[in-house]
Design a protein around this ligand. Sequence first.
Ligand code: AMP
Ligand code: MG
Length: 418
Amino acid sequence: MQPLSDVLAQVLQRCVALPPTDVDPRLARRAVLAADVVAARDLPGFASSAMDGFAVRAADVAGATADLPVVLEVVDTVMAGRASTEVIGPRQAIRIMTGAPIPTGADAIVPVEVTRHSDGQRGTDETVAILAPSGPGQHLRGAADDIAAGTTVVDAGTTVTVPLVGVLVALGQPTVSIVPRPRVGVISTGDELVAAPRGLDVGQVRDSNRPMLLSAVNEAGAIAVDLGWVRDDVDAVAAALRAGATRCDLILTSGGVSMGEADVVKMVLERMTDPRWFQVAIRPAKPFALASVDGVPLLGLPGNPVSALVSFELLARPAIGHMAGHRDLGRPTITVRAGDGLTRRPDGKTHYVRVTVARDATGDLVATPVAAQGSHQLVATARAHGLAVIPDGDGISAGGPVDVAVLDAVAALAGGRP
Ligand code: AMP
Ligand code: MG
């Protein structure tokens, strides 16, 4: 058996970051930036009002009170989207809306809430009564006070977040250099599988791994490519893999990599470049294959549904993240208290026990194994919030610290179902 870390290192060596490409920033969310983003312009690009109110000279309104208002002549009105051509002179004001450029001569905004419209006529002789002072710069957004032109916004290697999409668009970046999302093909093999929505004969099972893994690929941020189901036939599997390699950056198979006689994936991969068979020192998901199909890396996951999922989490998810340029691979891990049932016997393997995470009476997060831990028992796994990592040995007695790779962060951190 090989340690998971050794197998993962070999996987990452073959599954390297894809060459960068330029995309519209509106399509860049979750992608990893391939180059630093440097602001090409100031943000904001001009000084503007932060309030609806009046642009004034602070010195004019310094002594204003509700009892003794300062009355100013209103010489213009400026809405967001245009600039006033007027210059504010002594004891003059311009009515201004949020986001409108600060008129020349003004250095403060008086919010409309602390003004009273005077009785003067509308037009040039209109006046406003200012009921409170506004100091220089008050209620005013300075040019470049978010970022100045020439400053680095974020470094290469950063993942594009939702607000960053807004920043890139606000900066007027027509394109952004990113590591593209890998196209990941998923194929199922097995004579016993039924992909169509029809009744099953004795011995048949539904091809549930393929839709499950396609969903996992999608959740991992990659483009899922359905490569279909193939019979346990060496030529048919070989042809399907070759076809898949023409349109994918990575191929995932499930099933056919164990020790059985009908493990056709194994036979086919023997014909491909540099196939490697692993007995990974983990439970579940011990069998695993790594190969190349016409230069495209292939990960052979085990067929049992829980094993396929765990193998995906521990090997395929990091591979996809690596190809997409991510530095942090795999799931985030939290350390919680062990509930009952996390003891075990030494067997040379790290166990990945499917657990729920819930708060106990003291508010601590506690990991408890789901009832069924068989590698075919996907229903129990579907109820789990994470994978508790139990190193080789006698396990973790109740109350001890245990690391959990979080599959469902919302359920796990909210306290989950008991
Ligand atoms: P194998 O490694 O091909 O011998 O498969 C191991 C177990 O996983 C068998 O019980 C298969 O029926 C099951 N299995 C393999 N592929 C799939 C699949 N795509 N969907 C559901 N079960 C599968
Ligand atoms: Mg099979």
